[in-house]
Design a protein around this ligand. Structure first.
Ligand code: 0O2
Length: 216
């Protein structure tokens, strides 16, 4: 029993390490990009680790017998990192900067910005695999990274609360208003980005520092 508990803790710890590694990568990008371009593409980084109960629930819902092996093979969002950016262009820029790193392997990409969910949900989801260096050697660990704008995040967090408040049975009229609000959020993103480009120019990933007169 004790051995199983220790193995379970060790199993879950790997995901925490993978998550920490991705957060470190993002924090380095944030700091370095700010220094090199006088511009910060990341507003906020948050993370969460699924509970063991949550993981077992999810694998069981898929009709799979829970085991370390089956969980490793089928549940790729045990470790989750969420990044909010000001603008849609920053979302894609950050995606490129992260996934172009040599030790980051992309497992799947779901671009709900290009193709929003029917309810209006927008976000860029990428499952990456990063090596975690343990005393027993390196181990690849999957981490789900969700990258989105502040407006998309605002919408998603309210939608998430409403979804659970109504126990997943949200009244039709509320659903319609939520989808409408998602369109408004998308429109706001476009307007804000246009304004930003007008004031600061298009800060391409490789562009030089902005002249001091145009920075705040
Ligand atoms: P939590 O607590 O945020 O982690 P899968 O996870 O692969 O079985 P799916 O649908 O293929 O399921 O994964 P997908 O589409 O990549 O979305 C999974 C996560 O995206 C969700 O995690 C949410 O965080 C977020 N998400 C997806 N769709 C919506 C949506 O319509 N509204 C909101 N607010 N968030 C969404 P979890 O596990 O549901 O929750």
């Amino acid at each position: 029993m004790r051995a199983l508990r220790e193995e379970t803790e060790r199993f879950m710890l790997r995901y925490k390490f993978g998550m920490d590694e991705v957060i470190t990568k993002l924090s380095i990008l944030r700091e370095e990009f700010s220094q090199a371009h006088d511009y910060n593409p990341i507003e906020h980084i948050s993370s969460r680790l699924k509970t063991l109960e949550g993981v077992i629930d999810k694998v069981s819902r898929k009709g799979i017998e829970p085991s370390f092996e089956s969980i490793r093979a089928t549940i790729t969002d045990i470790a989750g990192v969420r990044v909010t950016c000001s603008f849609v262009s920053d979302v894609y820029r950050l995606f490129e900067l992260l996934t172009n790193q040599e030790d980051v392997r992309v497992l799947t990409v779901k671009d709900y910005i290009a193709e929003p969910k029917p309810n209006g949900y927008k976000s860029l989801h990428v499952i990456v695999e990063v090596p975690v260096f343990l005393s027993t050697g390196p181990e690849p660990v999957a981490v789900e990274v969700q990258i989105r704008t502040i407006a998309m995040d605002f919408w998603a967090s309210l939608e998430h609360k409403i979804y659970y408040k109504y126990d997943k049975q949200v009244p039709e009229s509320l659903l319609e208003r939520l989808t409408d609000a998602a369109h408004t959020a998308a429109e706001l993103d476009e307007r804000m980005e246009r304004l930003h480009i007008e004031v600061h120019g298009d800060i391409a990933g490789t562009s030089k520092r902005l002249p001091s007169s145009t920075t705040r």
